[in-house]
Ligand binder design. Structure first.
Ligand code: FMN
Length: 417
C-alpha cells in the first residue's frame, strides 16, 4: 500500500496512449490511492469513460458545465474543490493541445480548470505523449518549457514505435513506470515536508541500556543495544534537527551531526536529560532505563562468601514521566513500551499517565523485533487516538515513520504548506 490515503487528480487527454490509463488507475487504487479521473472530450475516443469510472470507483469528470449543472450548485464549484482536495495532479497522456492550454492558462474543460486550482505547493507531473515531429515542434517545446518554469515536472517521453507507424521519441511510459514516478514524487515531497518540520528543532533522544552498580565491578543492566535510539538520532539529524543523544554504554558509532552525551546509570541519564528539558522541542525516550537500582552499591568488590546473596533494589526515577508531566503544550514527548501482557492496554495507559504525544509499542515476541537486531516491528499509538501497526522494517525506516508521525504534533500548520 505505497499510496495509502493519497489523493490524486489524473488528467487524461486525447492521445492514443490513453488506452493504457485504466491499468495505471488499477495500480494506483491497489496501492491505496483515491483517484479522480478528469478526461478531455477527445480522450473519450481512446479510453472508455465507463472503464475508468469503474476502476477508479469514481465518476469521471469532463465538462465544467455538466447537464446537471442547473440542478446542483456543488457541480459548479467542483473544479475549485478538486484543487483543494488533491495532493498530486498527474496528466497522462498529455497531448500537444492540452500542454498548450495548460501553458497559457486556458481552462475550458474540467481537466484544465482543475489544473489551475491545485494548491501551488502540490506537485504536478506531466507525461507528454505524441508523435516525435509534434513533440519537437517549436510551439510544443516552448509550452513545455513554460510549464517547467511554472514548477511542473515534465517527464520526457520514451523512444519506440509510435501509433503513427514511425519510430522515435514520443511514447508515454508504461503504467508501471508512471506509477513508480508517482511514488517517488510522494516520497521526495514528504521528505521535503519533513525537513521543513524538523529544520532547526532541538531534539533530545535517550538510547541504550543503563547500568546500575552493584559494586565497583558488577552492575545490573538489560539487553538493549541502543540501535533504535541511534537510528532516531541519525534520522532527526538528517532532517535538519539539532540532536542531542544521551546514551548508555554501547559500541555504536555516533551518527553524523549528533551531539552525544555518554552516561551510565538512570540517575546520570536524568541529570543529563534535565539540562535539556526546557529548551528541547521533542524528547524521545528510546533508552531502556533500569526500573530499579541497588539501594546501596558497595565500594570495591564484594567478596564471594555466602551461598545466597541478597541485593535490595530501589526504584529509579522515571525520566520520561518527569518530562511528560512538566512539558509545555508546544513540546513533544515520545516514549516506547515493551509489554509482555496486555500490550495495547498497558501502552495506552502509559501514554496517558506520562502525558505523551506518541508511544511506540515494541513487540517482545515477533521475529525480527526487539533488542540487538537491526529490524523492528512496532505499533504507533498517538494521543489523537490514531493507531498504526507497521510491518517488519529496518530500525532506520521505523525511525523515519516515528519522526514523520511525531512531526504532526509540532503543530498541524507546519505540514500543511
Ligand atoms: C488516432 C489519433 C491519435 C492521436 N494521438 C495523439 C497523441 O498521441 N498525442 C497528441 O498530442 N495528439 C494526438 N492526437 C490529436 C488529439 O486527439 C487532438 O489534438 C485533440 O484535439 C486533443 O484534445 P485534448 O488535448 O483536449 O485531449 C491524435 C488524434 C488521432 C485522431
Amino acid at each position: 500500500m505505497k499510496l495509502l490515503g493519497k489523493k490524486i487528480l489524473l488528467g487524461v487527454s486525447g492521445g492514443i496512449a490513453a488506452y493504457k490509463i485504466p491499468n495505471l488507475v488499477r495500480l494506483l487504487k491497489k496501492n491505496g490511492a483515491e483517484v479522480q479521473v478528469l478526461m478531455t472530450a477527445s480522450a473519450a475516443e481512446f479510453a472508455s469513460p465507463l472503464a475508468l469510472a469503474t476502476v477508479s470507483e469514481n465518476k469521471v469528470l469532463t465538462e465544467i458545465f455538466p447537464d446537471s449543472a442547473h440542478e446542483a450548485k456543488a457541480e459548479w464549484t467542483c473544479h475549485i474543490s478538486l484543487g483543494e482536495w488533491a495532493d498530486l495532479f498527474v496528466i497522462a497522456p498529455a497531448t500537444a493541445n492540452t500542454i498548450g492550454k495548460l501553458a497559457s492558462g486556458l481552462c475550458d474543460d474540467m481537466l484544465s480548470a482543475a489544473f489551475l486550482t491545485l494548491r501551488p505547493a502540490k506537485p504536478r507531473l506531466i507525461f507528454p505523449s505524441m508523435d516525435g515531429e509534434m513533440y519537437f515542434a517549436k510551439a510544443v517545446q516552448r509550452n513545455l518549457a513554460q510549464l517547467k518554469a511554472d514548477g511542473c515536472e515534465v517527464i520526457e517521453p520514451e523512444t519506440g514505435s509510435l501509433a503513427s507507424g514511425l519510430t522515435g521519441m514520443g511514447r508515454m511510459p508504461d503504467p508501471e513506470t508512471i506509477f513508480d514516478r508517482i511514488v517517488k514524487t510522494y516520497d521526495s515531497n514528504e521528505d521535503a515536508e519533513l525537513c521543513r518540520a524538523f529544520d532547526g528543532k532541538n531534539v533530545v533522544v535517550t538510547a541504550g541500556a543503563t547500568r546500575e552498580k552493584i559494586d565497583d565491578v558488577r552492575f545490573i543492566s538489560n539487553y538493549s543495544s541502543g540501535k533504535m535510539g541511534f537510528a532516531l538520532a541519525a534520522s532527526a539529524a538528517k532532517l535538519g534537527a539539532k540532536v542531542t543523544l544521551i546514551t548508555g554504554k554501547t559500541a555504536l558509532q555516533t551518527p553524523q551531526g549528533v551531539q552525544r552525551i555518554d552516561v551510565e546509570s538512570a540517575r546520570e541519564m536524568l541529570v543529563a536529560a534535565e539540562a535539556f528539558f526546557t529548551a528541547c522541542d521533542m524528547f524521545i525516550a528510546a533508552a531502556a532505563v533500569a526500573d530499579y537500582r541497588p539501594a546501596s552499591p558497595h565500594e570495591g568488590k564484594i567478596k564471594k562468601s555466602e551461598n545466597v546473596f541478597e541485593i535490595q533494589l530501589v526504584k529509579n526515577p522515571d525520566i520520561l514521566q518527569l518530562f511528560g508531566t512538566q512539558k509545555s503544550s508546544k513540546q513533544v514527548a515520545i516514549g516506547f513500551a515493551l509489554e509482555a501482557q496486555n500490550p495495547m492496554e498497558n501502552a495506552k495507559e502509559k501514554l496517558a499517565k506520562k502525558n505523551l504525544d506518541l508511544i511506540v509499542l515494541n513487540s517482545a515476541s515477533e521475529p525480527g523485533a526487539g533488542f540487538e537486531v537491526d529490524t523492528n516491528v512496532v505499533t504507533l499509538i498517538g494521543k489523537d487516538g490514531t493507531l498504526e501497526k507497521l510491518p517488519l522494517m529496518s530500525k532506520l525506516e521505523v525511525a523515519k515513520v516515528i519522526l514523520k508521525k511525531s512531526s504532526f504534533f509540532f503543530g498541524k500548520d507546519m505540514l500543511l504548506s
